[in-house]
Design a protein around this ligand. Sequence first.
Ligand SMILES: NC(=O)c1ccc[n+]([C@@H]2O[C@H](COP(=O)([O-])OP(=O)(O)OC[C@H]3O[C@@H](n4cnc5c(N)ncnc54)[C@H](O)[C@@H]3O)[C@@H](O)[C@H]2O)c1
Ligand SMILES: N[C@H](C(=O)O)[C@H](O)COP(=O)(O)O
Length: 346
Amino acid sequence: MEPGDAPVLALTCGEPAGIGPELAVMLAADGTLSARVVAVGDPALLAERAAMLDRQLDIRVLAPGESPPAPRQGLLPVWPVALRAPSQAGVLDTANADHALETLDVAIDACRSGRAAGMVTAPLHKGVILDAGHAGFTGHTEYLRDACGVDEVVMMLATDSALHAHETGWHGDSALRVALATTHLPLREVADAITAPRLQRLLRVLHADLHRRFGVSVPRIAVCGLNPHAGEGGHLGREELDVIIPALEALRAEGLVLDGPLPADTLFTPRHLEGIDAVLAMYHDQGLPVLKYAGFGRAANITLGLPFVRTSVDHGTALDLAGTGRADPGSLRVAVALAVEMAQRA
Ligand SMILES: NC(=O)c1ccc[n+]([C@@H]2O[C@H](COP(=O)([O-])OP(=O)(O)OC[C@H]3O[C@@H](n4cnc5c(N)ncnc54)[C@H](O)[C@@H]3O)[C@@H](O)[C@H]2O)c1
Ligand SMILES: N[C@H](C(=O)O)[C@H](O)COP(=O)(O)O
């Protein structure tokens, strides 16, 4: 495929005070944007961050919807979204929450209209968006679900060595895909959010997209229990017996290959991961610390169940690093490469 034929990807720059804009600058300046990536953000902010990092860039402002030219080192095409207020690296401002959300809306529109094959997102700051009055905002994942009008999406993070299942298989220690049954909610509310119908919907999406987006012919998914030792036969919690096991049995009858519910403390060991294509963890900090320990900085976040490709970084806004040039662009590089691969497979 010629560079000019590569799929177009929208790259939202995320929270303007965070590291997102400078990571986009780094990738464009280093020539590692292998695809026709269009940044969605404020061109003046990108130019300012490029100057802070002493990177030479040709920031090419496109008309709304205009296709980008073929990629080349030093070129950063931009679909412009103006800041609402000047942004200082590392300093949040609720005045720019609408700017951050507008970058997402522009990317969603490009994907839904077919002008882009997918989107890659730099990190948003959930707190500042909530402080600005967008009650109920819990992250890109749920925002994209609602914008696309789909019933269920699945957040899955994958280390880079697990991105090419059809080529490399599953190699245990550092190759990992972890999907979440619940995402951004207080721990106190997790157990009530896990219902058998919801688990069934999530696992159907996970199964279907491991096949469609990752080329896994017959996905085998391992499911964590919620309670210590997967409930110890009901003595340490009844969610396994009352909710998880019935959900898995119903799905096995549909032909899904599922292991579990298994005790989460030993599930994430090489022997138990052998032959497993993805793990479904019951909550955010049951699964993601393991994934991030295995691959922080070289992993990506994927939203499954959308009508288009969406990948993201494995980290947040890192306000402590913004503007310093010390942020690692590795995860954004993986997220772009994965989005290209998924878009070409779709
Ligand atoms: N994809 C997303 O939009 C996304 C993902 C995770 C967190 N967040 C949001 O980011 C905000 C801050 O979250 P947090 O403080 O928990 O996590 P964080 O990832 O921003 O920071 C945690 C630590 O990791 C470091 N770090 C993060 N990215 C790095 C990089 N690229 N290179 C080197 N070091 C890096 C930071 O300096 C910090 O020490 C929160 O609002 C959170 O919700 C957004
Ligand atoms: N749970 C993700 C992580 O820890 O990396 C993250 O907060 C991103 O969520 P969204 O992609 O939904 O914004």
